[in-house]
Ligand binder design. Sequence first.
Ligand SMILES: NC(=O)c1ccc[n+]([C@@H]2O[C@H](COP(=O)([O-])OP(=O)(O)OC[C@H]3O[C@@H](n4cnc5c(N)ncnc54)[C@H](OP(=O)(O)O)[C@@H]3O)[C@@H](O)[C@H]2O)c1
Length: 251
Amino acid sequence: MAKVLLITGASRGIGRACVLRALEHADTRVFAVARSKDALEELAQRDADRVAYLDGDLTEQGTCAEAIRQCVSRFGRLDAVVHSAGLLKPIATIADGDLDAWRRLFDVNFFSVLELSQAALQQLRQSNGALIMINSGASERAYHGWGAYCTSKAALKMLTMGLAAEEADVTSIGLLPGRTNTDMLATICNEGTDSMDPATYDTFKKGRDEGSIHAPDVPAKAIVALALHARGEQWNGRNVLWNDADVQRLV
Ligand SMILES: NC(=O)c1ccc[n+]([C@@H]2O[C@H](COP(=O)([O-])OP(=O)(O)OC[C@H]3O[C@@H](n4cnc5c(N)ncnc54)[C@H](OP(=O)(O)O)[C@@H]3O)[C@@H](O)[C@H]2O)c1
């Protein structure tokens, strides 16, 4: 039976690469979510029988429930949710952080993940499915100027562990994609100069300029492998790197 993956952040970067990777497996179906309709339509045009989408803002009332409803209505089941939608900004010290910008970031990086997970649980319990949270090294290490992002990702890590403690029939995993060449990296390089620690900023800038930061299809292979195959106690509640040996065995 075909496996059905719901992927957020599907218009760009890591989420889009996950959609393309999932379509390389003949027996998958993808339900894609993001705000940029043109980008989602382009994905659907690639294989209209296997890709459907909802263009919507995950932080708006009703979007999460509607995404699950349309996904199940179209494909009949749900096997995994890949939560890739995310924001880095505001980049500012904690002392100077704008509270509304922090709340906006938490709405995207944490509360929409919580709401979409809640909406998906009933289907995922039935399918012994998985929740894959795209997390970051910033969940475990403080970066100067990234207070909002780091705290949201630390909260996401605990959400993953909490779901694992409570939901025995669903596998919840945090996946750290490593530094990846996406619009988020461009934001760091273009807007991180004032608030980031200069030595850390330089590692991102140099990595991008030298082309040593991997493309989104690299972590996407690991993410889709987890979404399709990682199940049970061995995985539940872990926050793992994309190149962890256990993960790579599934790719
Ligand atoms: N890039 C890295 O180096 C890196 C490293 C570690 C972790 N991560 C994590 O990986 C994930 C993906 O990052 P990325 O680098 O691929 O970022 P990206 O290229 O900036 O893409 C972000 C995605 O999130 C979607 N999005 C943002 N706000 C949304 C909203 N309110 N509702 C619905 N969709 C929304 C965007 O789609 P629309 O604008 O079309 O809505 C877009 O598809 C994030 O969770 C990030 O924290 C990235």
